[in-house]
Design a protein around this ligand. Structure first.
Ligand code: AMP
Length: 291
C-alpha cells in the first residue's frame, strides 16, 4: 500500500472481511490486499446516496485532502476506486476503533491513567489523556502547516490503531484555505464562538475544539452542553465555563482548558504553546518516541 495515485485498484484486489461499522453514507469493512496481505479498512459508499444528498463535491474534497496528508496521527487514505454503483475508499485500519466508545465505556478518562504504549514493551509512564491531546495537537499542527483546517474534530472522528495511537479520521468538513472562511459547519457542542456567530474563522477554531475535547476527556461531557441548541449557543457565546468538583482534575489541566476556550480567537493558546504547556510536558513528554 504505497498510496500511489496512479495505481488502479478494483474489488478483485481485496479479500473482504468482517464489517467494522456503518456510517451515514455507507459501510466499512476490514479487508486484505490480495498480493501484499496488507490489512486495510474499505469504506463503501453508494453512488445513489451521493446523488441523493448532493455530496459528490464534498466527498471528492475529503478524499483529496486526506490523500495528501501523511502523519502518524492522521488516518491514511491509500487510494480509491469505483464501480457502477459504489465508491470504495482504501483506508488505514484502526484496529481499536472509535475513541468515543472507550470514552462512553469509562464515562471520563482518568488524568493519571497510563498510556498503553508498545514503544517500551508496553511500559509507559505517560498519561493516556495527555498523550491524546498531544497527538491531536501534533496532527493539527501538521494539517495547519498544509493549510488544512479540520473544523469537525470530535470523539466520533478519532480512531485508535492497534497500539492505541490516536488517528484523526473523517475530513468531511475540512477545508484547504489560506484565508478566513465563512461557512457555518461542524457539530454544535464543539463549535467555536466565531462559528456560532457565522463570522469569518480560521485555524484557531481547531484550537478551541482541543479545549472542548480536553474538557470532555476529563469530565465526560463537553463544557457547554445544554438542554436545547439555543442554550448551547448562548453558553458558547458567553464562554460559560465551569469546572465541577468531581472528578478531581488538576489545576494545570484546568489552566490549559481555560487558555484554549477563549472567545477572542487571536488570544487562544497556539498549538506550539500547547506542546510546551506544563500539563503536557509533565504528563505526555512531547519529546518521547511513542504517541
Ligand atoms: P464512518 O462511515 O466513517 O462513520 O464509519 C462507520 C464506522 O466504521 C465507524 O464508527 C468506525 O467504528 C468504523 N470505522 C470507520 N473507519 C474505520 C477504520 N479506518 N478502521 C476501523 N474502523 C473504522
Amino acid at each position: 500500500m504505497d498510496g500511489n495515485p496512479k495505481r488502479e485498484w478494483s474489488l478483485n484486489d481485496f479479500e473482504i472481511g468482517k464489517p467494522l461499522g456503518k456510517g451515514k453514507f455507507g459501510r466499512v469493512y476490514v479487508a486484505r490486499e490480495v498480493k501484499s496481505k496488507f490489512v486495510v479498512a474499505l469504506k463503501v459508499i453508494f453512488k445513489e446516496q451521493l446523488e441523493k444528498y448532493r455530496i459528490h463535491h464534498q466527498l471528492r474534497r475529503e478524499m483529496e485532502i486526506q490523500f495528501s496528508l501523511q502523519h502518524q496521527n492522521v488516518l491514511r487514505l491509500y487510494g480509491w476506486f469505483h464501480d457502477s454503483e459504489r465508491v470504495y475508499l482504501i483506508l488505514e485500519y484502526a484496529h481499536n476503533g472509535e475513541l468515543y466508545k472507550e470514552l462512553s465505556k469509562k464515562g471520563h478518562f482518568n488524568e493519571k491513567q497510563a498510556a498503553t504504549c508498545q514503544g517500551f514493551g508496553g511500559l509507559c509512564n505517560r498519561s493516556a489523556t495527555a498523550l491524546y491531546i498531544l497527538s491531536l495537537t501534533k496532527a493539527l499542527a501538521y494539517c495547519h502547516e498544509k493549510h488544512v483546517i479540520h473544523r469537525d474534530i470530535k470523539p466520533e472522528n478519532l480512531l485508535l490503531d492497534h497500539e492505541g495511537r490516536l488517528k484523526i479520521a473523517d475530513f468531511g468538513w475540512s477545508v484547504q484555505s489560506r484565508s478566513k472562511r465563512h461557512t457555518m459547519c461542524g457539530t454544535l457542542d464543539y463549535l467555536a464562538p466565531e462559528m456560532v456567530e457565522n463570522k469569518a474563522h480560521d485555524y484557531a477554531v481547531d484550537n478551541w475544539t482541543l479545549g472542548i475535547l480536553c474538557y470532555e476527556f476529563l469530565y465526560g461531557a463537553p463544557p457547554f452542553e445544554a438542554e436545547s441548541q439555543v442554550d448551547t449557543f448562548k453558553r458558547i457565546m458567553k464562554v460559560d465555563l465551569s469546572f465541577p468538583s468531581t472528578p478531581n482534575v488538576s489545576l494545570e489541566a484546568k489552566n490549559l482548558i481555560s487558555r484554549l476556550l477563549v472567545k477572542d480567537s487571536s488570544r487562544r493558546l497556539s498549538l506550539q504553546r500547547i506542546m510546551e504547556h506544563p500539563w503536557i510536558t509533565k504528563n505526555a513528554d512531547p519529546k518521547g518516541v511513542c504517541n
